[in-house]
Ligand binder design. Structure first.
Ligand SMILES: *Cc1c(COP(=O)(O)O)cnc(C)c1O
Length: 354
């Protein structure tokens, strides 16, 4: 399953679904609104809505020819779905240790009893989600979740009668390093875009006993985020640059202004910290990230002019700035860096000729 929620992790949901149509067996989204967007590009690939949606939005499902399937976590939600869009298939979520969505303990036994009494309901799957695969190299907690899920699966098979169920648990982290978590479907998001879920997962893929990826397996980021220089300004030594006058260059400096700021998704915590790439050279940020602009030092890049490209995430010549680099500098994770790229910015799909 190609997970394309949150504008395909910032990559553009339309472009991503268009590129993966025919390759992915499933698409996964968070909301019914996203499901509607996927259906505008792809009319029939199986589609799973994994988030909790307002029951009023179930009404939109009626008009859809190839309906998405929903993940549900309460008997109320099952009844609301059957009332508003009868016949829509659903998967039950089991909470095996995340304490977010899902049935557990008595609520799980109750829903199984309810579903056994209603064999006409289109129950199609059982799924769970891991809480602690990416942050560790020791998978004890995930193993506990898997054990709990195995018990849930045995109970579900009894209650299902002749309804065939799909079982699934793995997001990228577990899909990469826990073969026993792969089951019927792997729900891959971050790794689909060529990013590792975390450093711990990357290390585990190489060294954890039981991990089975080929030795030369690696991920290559799919995304480049670029802009162009819109203005160049010569600033003499000692003159402050930007809000708060947080940077004063020690020498005369050529400053390029780029039309991207925190509104466009360039995190303000990167102020005075990150680099962009211009003509294969690193250009350090000068001063604070503004709402719609940043300033960078191009004193050492004499070839740069107005209109020259600047790479915010990606590679230029032999230099790279990755989403992981920016995540490290702004104290977050690569997931947040790319999903933050404002959805109105144009996305261009570039097909690799190989
Ligand atoms: C977002 C999501 C995924 C994908 O997670 P990645 O770590 O990006 O692969 C899988 N399953 C569920 C339920 C999700 O919400």
């Amino acid at each position: 399953m190609a997970v394309v929620k949150s504008n395909a992790y910032g990559h553009g949901i339309e472009q991503t679904v268009g590129a993966l149509r025919g390759f992915a067996d499933w698409f996964g989204v968070n909301s019914i609104e996203e499901a509607v967007r996927v259906r505008q590009i792809d009319a029939e690939t199986p589609l799973l809505v994994m988030g909790a949606n307002d029951v009023e939005s179930y009404l939109h499902l009626r008009e859809m020819k190839h309906r998405p399937e929903l993940v549900l976590s309460s008997i109320d939600a099952i009844e609301s779905l059957q009332a508003r869009a009868p016949g829509t298939k659903f998967h039950l979520k089991v909470d095996t240790g995340m304490s977010r969505l899902g049935f557990h303990g008595a609520t799980f036994d109750a829903v199984l009893e309810y579903l056994a009494l209603h064999p006409e309901l289109p129950w199609a799957g059982l799924m769970t989600h891991f809480a602690n695969v990416e942050d560790v190299t020791d998978q004890q907690y995930a193993q506990k979740q898997l054990d709990y899920f195995a018990i849930a699966k045995a109970k579900a098979l009894k209650a299902a009668g002749n309804r065939p169920l799909l079982f699934h648990s793995a997001a990228s982290g577990a899909a990469l390093i826990l073969p026993s978590a792969r089951m019927d479907i792997v729900r891959v998001g971050i790794s689909l875009y060529g990013m590792w879920p975390s450093r711990e997962t990357r290390i585990s893929a190489r060294s954890m006993p039981g991990a089975d990826l080929p030795a030369d397996f690696d991920l290559v980021p799919a995304l480049t985020w670029k802009t162009r220089i819109v203005h160049i300004n010569s600033v003499s030594a000692g003159t402050p640059i930007g809000y708060g006058c947080t940077h004063r260059p020690v020498q005369d400096t050529r400053v390029a202004v780029l039309p991207v700021g925190y509104f466009e998704g360039y995190d303000r915590r990167l102020s005075n910290k990150s680099h962009v790439l211009v003509l294969g050279c690193r250009a350090p940020l000068l001063g604070r990230v503004c709402m719609n602009m940043i300033m960078v030092d191009i004193t050492h890049i004499p070839g740069a002019t107005v209109q020259t490209e600047a790479v915010l995430i990606g590679t230029s010549g032999s230099e790279t700035v990755s989403a992981d680099d920016l995540a490290g500098l702004s104290d977050t994770i690569n997931y947040q860096v790319t999903t933050a790229i404002q959805s109105q910015l144009p996305r261009v799909l570039v097909r690799d000729s190989t």
